[in-house]
Design a protein around this ligand. Structure first.
Ligand SMILES: NC(=O)c1ccc[n+]([C@@H]2O[C@H](COP(=O)([O-])OP(=O)(O)OC[C@H]3O[C@@H](n4cnc5c(N)ncnc54)[C@H](OP(=O)(O)O)[C@@H]3O)[C@@H](O)[C@H]2O)c1
Length: 303
């Protein structure tokens, strides 16, 4: 009798109100065998799928208390300060959230022996010779990238069990919060706006549900260390935009090709970037959806 009795796995999702956090909450809420707690510093957002608790993880003692009370088997960190340009001008805040916050999560995870699943970025690389593999040397060229690299290092020295999934340009269907790139392009062109799109930034856009599934796999397989989890195709942002418009049957004549330097953004962008996904494919069985199929899926869901 007792052989059939299996305790539910407890999962704490930090930053549950963000694009990725919401999608993780939905993923786990549809699977049996999990007790999920979603944590975020935003009390206005309601999550029908999961129990919700307020947490600003820059507050070390609050993180410790929540983790000791809930005693999760897994802590997913889906939160971050993600504004790349503001990270240049609001450095203290970016560091506090992206580095100190991760230190607090890792410390609490070590105490209860929880597995931390953390998300990092291709912005840890300089974008001179992408796409990059897990063994390429990071060399961030903006402050956001520096905070993401420091967050990885915080986990490496933490003594906690951890998986770091580096990804880039997330897109997918997110009910609340900020628009992903696909929705922004579709909305702008549908409203007959002109959009300027860079032709010299290359990466492999990642369908959020592929990333979420890979996060589930590292948990199931207890696969620790760094993995690159991204889309199948490396292409320029301009070409990505054209594929979006094709999938949504929208005109392309209001898309103006431009170069990154003409934007004069506060943060420098890695240009030739992207992530090689061979390790995730061979060790995790990662198999991302084809780009056009994922866009077609979004088109059907959005209409
Ligand atoms: N989006 C991309 O294209 C992309 C590319 C590469 C890597 N990533 C990485 O993927 C992860 C998820 O990104 P995303 O696009 O889903 O981000 P997002 O939509 O900007 O969400 C980030 C979430 O973190 C929360 N957060 C901020 N400060 C917090 C704190 N002190 N305590 C707890 N939660 C806090 C935010 O809550 P509030 O909104 O209430 O502040 C927000 O809900 C991040 O690690 C990001 O660096 C994203």
């Amino acid at each position: 009798m007792l052989d059939n009795f299996k305790l539910k796995q407890r999962i704490l999702i930090c930053g549950v109100s963000g694009m990725l956090g919401q999608r993780c909450a939905r993923y786990y809420s549809q699977l049996p065998g999990y007790e999920i707690m979603g944590a975020a510093p935003d009390e206005t957002i309601k999550f029908p799928e999961v129990s919700y608790v307020y947490l600003d993880y820059t507050q070390r003692e609050e993180v410790k208390k929540l983790v000791e009370d809930f005693c999760p088997d897994v802590i997913i960190n889906a939160g971050a300060f993600t504004n790349v340009d503001k990270s240049e001008t609001e450095r203290e805040t970016a560091w506090k959230i992206n580095v100190k916050g991760v230190e607090h999560i890792a410390e609490a995870a070590r105490i209860v022996d929880a597995h931390v699943v953390h998300i990092s970025s291709d912005y840890v690389f300089d974008g001179k010779r992408g796409p990059y593999s897990e063994v390429d040397a990071p060399c961030p060229i903006n402050y956001y990238g520096r905070t993401k690299l420091a967050s990885e290092n915080a986990l490496h020295i933490s003594g906690a069990r951890y998986s770091i999934l580096r990804t880039n340009v997330l897109y997918g269907i997110i009910p609340n919060g900020r628009l992903d790139f696909v929705r922004w392009v579709v909305d702008s062109i549908s409203q007959e706006k002109q959009i300027n799109i860079v032709t010299d930034q290359y990466n492999n856009p990642t369908f959020i549900d592929d990333l979420v599934r890979a996060m589930g796999t590292v948990v199931d397989k207890e696969a620790y260390g760094v993995y690159h989890v991204a889309g199948m195709e490396v292409l320029s942002r301009y070409d990505f935009t054209m594929r979006i418009l094709q999938a949504f049957d929208l005109p392309s004549d209001r898309v103006v090709p431009i170069l990154t330097e003409s934007l004069n953004q506060p943060a420098q962008r890695p240009l030739k970037s992207g992530l090689l996904i061979l390790k995730a494919q061979s060790e995790l069985g990662y198999s991302p959806m084809n780009l056009d199929d994922s866009l077609e899926l979004m088109r059907r869901e959005l209409s």
